[in-house]
Design a protein around this ligand. Structure first.
Ligand code: E4P
Length: 218
């Protein structure tokens, strides 16, 4: 399973990339707005931190403008994945961008039938939002199960399932058990995965016992 970081905070991306945990990055307009920085400057900087796919989202809602914006975004770096919404216009733009050899991440996916359309439109990634479904009392992980099963039935569907709107480590474990290709994870959730109280307790005891030996390895 690949880990993308779900943020436009370049410091957080740098820190996690140094730990070898970053296979790519996803951003969206809300995450970019949170930085208060220039959109192009932020995306350009992220593309220097990771060589993995970096999702940058179009702002337009009509296919023609989305296509023009997508082509402009793709000029930033070769690892840009243009993010388009899962609408008829978004799918149309996706088809054209994919035909140009540009990676496309079709975002805001909330149903298996929408995911089928993304695959047919040649998306490199589809982003089902598990957390936002959980928020309205619908099991987000069932959507991941459905999409993975459907895509597995067809060799022609090359679209990777990118689990988005992740809120806690359990989402990642469940997505991994299902066999989803990618999880895009907020930095604080990625940091939480490493933590376990028994790890801390065990380490404390080992440090204390090692000190009693009076030895050193180096
Ligand atoms: C990523 O591509 C999505 O934009 C993101 O995961 C959405 O997460 P949220 O539902 O926590 O805003």
């Amino acid at each position: 399973m690949k880990f993308f970081v779900d943020t436009a905070d370049t410091e957080a991306i740098r820190e996690l990339a140094d730990g070898g945990l970053v296979d790519g990055v996803t951003t969206n307009p809300s995450l970019v707005a949170r930085t208060g920085r220039d959109f192009f400057e932020v995306i350009r900087e992220i593309c220097t931190i990771t060589s993995g796919p970096v999702s940058a989202e179009v702002a337009a809602t009509d296919a023609e403008t989305m296509l023009a914006e997508g082509r402009r975004l793709a000029e930033i770096a070769s690892n840009i994945a243009v993010k388009v919404p899962l609408t008829m216009d978004g799918l149309k733009a996706c088809r054209s961008l994919a035909d140009d050899g540009i990676m496309v991440n079709v975002t805001l996916c909330f149903s298996p039938s929408q995911a089928i359309l993304a695959a047919k439109a040649g998306a490199a990634f589809v982003s089902p939002f598990v957390g936002r479904l959980d928020d309205i009392s619908t099991d987000g992980m069932t959507l991941i199960e459905d999409i993975v099963q459907i895509y597995d039935n067809y060799d022609a569907f090359r679209t990777e399932v990118l689990v988005a709107s992740i809120r806690h480590p359990r989402h990642i474990v469940d997505a991994a058990k299902i066999g989803a290709d990618v999880c895009t994870v907020p930095p604080d959730v990625l940091r939480k995965i490493a933590r376990h109280p028994l790890t801390d307790k065990g380490l404390e005891a080992f440090i204390a016992d090692w000190a009693k030996t009076g030895q050193s390895i180096l």
